[in-house]
Design a protein around this ligand. Structure first.
Ligand code: SF4
Length: 178
């Protein structure tokens, strides 16, 4: 059994761009791998969130009932929770639907804008909550990494600082949208 730190990444309501930016750290992934094992992520096979993870990066807002229950579970099993990207930090793009009722959003997506197979799915797609909200409105968040997406350099910096036991200083490196 490895004695390295445990790292996880979680995908809530986001476009996967933050995960793509994480992968853009390129060969520096080897530096991360020297410090931590990636134990849960859309990028690995494990479907069960481990009993305790040292650092978890969260992409996306909390938009569905599934997101809500997942983030509460992840928070309970994570030492340091990181909101990664503007959707996690502010709800950003997912929150654009907040001024409309859920029924109107579903009608628009699955009926008005569909040319084939027009129907609102009631299986597989988790029910939407009334509003898309940032992660910290559901659970406490320890570190915020803004950007849409955050740059690979900033992700690498934040991650390696956290894995080294230090709190990253991101205020001068990041801002909303970049
Ligand atoms: Fe996509 Fe930007 Fe949201 Fe990241 S912050 S999930 S890149 S829209």
């Amino acid at each position: 059994m490895s004695d390295k730190l445990k790292l996880a990444t979680v995908w809530l309501d986001g476009c996967s761009g933050c995960h793509m930016s994480f992968l853009d750290i390129d060969e520096r992934i080897l530096d991360v791998a020297a410090l931590a094992d990636l134990v849960y992520s859309p990028l690995v096979d494990n479907k069960q969130f481990p009993e305790m993870v040292d650092v978890t990066l969260i992409e996306g807002a909390v938009s569905s009932e599934e997101d809500y229950h997942k983030i509460r579970h992840v928070r309970a099993h994570t030492r340091i929770l990181v909101s990664l990207g503007d959707c996690a930090v502010t709800a950003n793009v997912p929150a654009m639907r907040n001024r409309f009722k859920v029924e109107a959003v579903l009608d628009r997506a699955y009926l008005e804008n569909a040319t084939l197979n027009q129907h609102i799915p009631i299986e597989v797609i988790p029910p939407l909550r009334k509003q898309s909200i940032p992660v910290h409105q559901v659970v406490p968040v320890d570190v915020f990494v803004p950007g849409c997406p955050p740059s690979a350099d900033n992700i690498f910096y934040a991650l390696t600082e956290l894995l080294a036991g230090r709190m990253p200083e991101l205020r001068t490196r990041t801002h909303f949208g970049a």
